[in-house]
Design a protein around this ligand. Structure first.
Ligand SMILES: NC(=O)c1ccc[n+]([C@@H]2O[C@H](COP(=O)([O-])OP(=O)(O)OC[C@H]3O[C@@H](n4cnc5c(N)ncnc54)[C@H](O)[C@@H]3O)[C@@H](O)[C@H]2O)c1
Length: 357
């Protein structure tokens, strides 16, 4: 495990998060957000640039506002967040989006492949890029190459992160793999080790450091609620393990929330539908969406992705999940706990009849 502390610099950086799923004609789209609302709601309401919401605008530069933080209170100011799987995809987006809202970041990622998982995982250069993107928001970040399957590595990372950043307020247990396809059977064990045990390891390692007001968020999947997705026989033992892990993460968060509620520590899960990350944009995933083709490409799969959702998109963007993470992490959600928040473009309502709440 190799720790490094990075202190933020004032450089503007590109943020590679945008979507092309909503037509650019959505120019009227605007979002009002509250900033530090419990102190000064009326003063803080303002309009966000639409490109920051991932609504199809092309702008890629970090706006000047981001480096001028003195008069700009973020929704996570003064908080420190741990993010696993932070080198790329949703984890990177969560780290960057939380930094944008004022949080300092402890970022952890394996930065190497797992054999049964048939697409490449991150590299240390990816984690370094996350660090640069966080620094562009004038926040501090400590990065660790560590494996969520190894409790000691997570404990060490957290201890060193807290030694440098002072505290821990937010835990985002996001790291995951998706080893779809025929065999090896080892894929079943590996995906449960990472996607379930890794989530539990992360949260258990963090618990001794959390105080009243802390927020835990685990990444599940709509696979927790649906049959015939990753648990489809074509998805193999890794797919079956993926569904089991995500269902069990949902149950774990439910019971954890109950256990932590008396201490005013919250626990919630987010459940994405297809999300535009390297996990989705991978050959094993293309093969699941296009079983009719021998070597389907991204283009082939793009046609099939929307079948998952009831809204007319093939996938959501990482920032769509990150916006939910920011809310759940913030004091705006101070009494929100035990939630299973689906960010799924209507995937579950399409496939499942309404259950009594
Ligand atoms: N992409 C989707 O369509 C989708 C849909 C639903 C849920 N999810 C879930 O979202 C989460 C994030 O995935 P993503 O879409 O960003 O994929 P991704 O592959 O882009 O990112 C996952 C990150 O986790 C890291 N990682 C994997 N194993 C690790 C380990 N043992 N220890 C530490 N880090 C590890 C990888 O190196 C990678 O950086 C996962 O839990 C995934 O199951 C993804």
């Amino acid at each position: 495990m190799s720790p490094s502390l990075r202190i933020a610099g004032p450089i503007l950086r590109d943020i590679p998060m945008r979507t092309n799923q909503v037509p650019k004609s959505s120019s009227s789209a605007r979002s009002i957000r509250t900033s530090d609302w419990w102190r000064s709601a009326a003063m803080s309401i303002r309009t966000r640039p639409p490109d920051r919401l991932g609504l199809g605008f092309e702008r890629e530069r970090v706006p000047e506002r981001a480096t001028n933080r003195s008069d700009d209170m973020g929704r996570l100011n003064g908080k420190v967040a741990l993010v696993t799987g932070a080198a790329r995809g949703q984890g990177r987006s969560h780290a960057v989006r939380m930094a944008e809202e004022g949080a300092d970041i402890i970022a952890l990622d394996i930065c190497q492949d797992i054999e049964s998982n048939k697409y490449a995982l991150s590299r240390s250069s990816d984690l370094a890029e996350t660090a640069k993107l966080v620094e562009a928001f004038d926040r501090r970040i400590v990065t660790f190459q560590a494996d969520v399957r190894e409790p000691r590595e997570i404990r060490d990372a957290i201890a060193q992160g807290i030694a440098q950043l002072g505290q821990l307020d937010i835990v985002v247990a996001n790291a995951g793999i998706c080893p779809l396809g025929a065999g090896p059977v080892q894929a079943f064990a590996d995906v449960i080790d990472v996607n379930l045990n890794g989530v539990i390891n992360t949260i258990h390692a963090a618990l001794p450091h959390l105080r009243a007001g802390a927020s835990i968020i685990a990444t599940g999947s709509v696979a927790a609620f649906l049959t015939g997705t990753t648990d489809n026989p074509a998805s193999g033992p890794g797919g079956a393990g993926y569904s089991f892990a995500k269902r069990t993460v949902a149950a774990f968060i439910n019971d954890l929330a109950l256990a932590l509620a008396p201490y005013s520590i919250r626990a919630n899960a987010v459940h994405p539908t297809n999300c535009n990350t390297p996990m989705l944009q991978s050959e094993p995933m293309y093969a699941i969406f296009r079983p009719d083709l021998e070597h389907p490409t991204r283009e082939d799969a793009e046609v099939a992705f929307p079948a998952m959702n009831s809204m007319p998109v093939g996938y959501v963007e990482p920032v769509d999940i990150s916006n939910a993470i920011v809310y759940l992490a913030s004091d705006e959600a101070r009494y929100v706990t035990g939630q299973q928040l689906r960010i799924d473009a209507g995937a579950v309502i399409k496939a499942r009849p309404f259950d009594k709440p």
